[in-house]
Write a new protein. Structure first.
Length: 135
């Protein structure tokens, strides 16, 4: 992953998105080609759409508010479309054991930024642990 800058931010996200451009230097750009397919498969395998919403009634019973899902290992929050700045600043995905936070624009891993510089192996391991936590 490379360090995030305004130059590597998607134009729509820069203008209309919710990323704090003042703190971009503390984040890493997630390469969509490398990571998106794996993340989408993970979401679908645990019953979520690529937008971070649940696809199953069983999962709906576990949701807190407006699509937020959380267990002891991870949290998924769909992209926020409102104007509340505190809500905008919250990440869309959090892997709790590593304190890894990922934010995206509209759907999972579109113009996404991560709090950590993860290798593909680290990313895969993280998703495997998240999947196991759903069993």
């Amino acid at each position: 992953m490379e360090k995030a800058t305004i130059e590597n931010m998607e134009l729509g996200n820069l203008i209309f998105g919710h990323h704090d451009t003042n703190n971009l230097c503390e984040k890493y750009v997630i390469d969509r080609e490398t990571f998106q397919g794996m993340f989408h498969k993970f979401l679908e395998s645990i019953g979520f759409t690529i937008y971070g919403y649940t696809e199953t009634d069983e999962l709906c019973k576990k949701l807190n508010y407006e699509g937020l899902f959380e267990n002891d290992v991870f949290l998924i929050r769909p992209y926020y479309w409102g104007d509340d700045e505190d809500e905008m600043a919250k990440p869309n995905f959090v892997y709790k054991p590593g304190n890894v936070e990922i934010s995206w624009y509209k759907y999972a891993l579109r113009d996404a930024y991560c709090s950590h510089d993860l290798t593909i192996e680290q990313f895969r391991t993280m998703l495997d642990e998240c999947t196991k936590s759903m069993e």
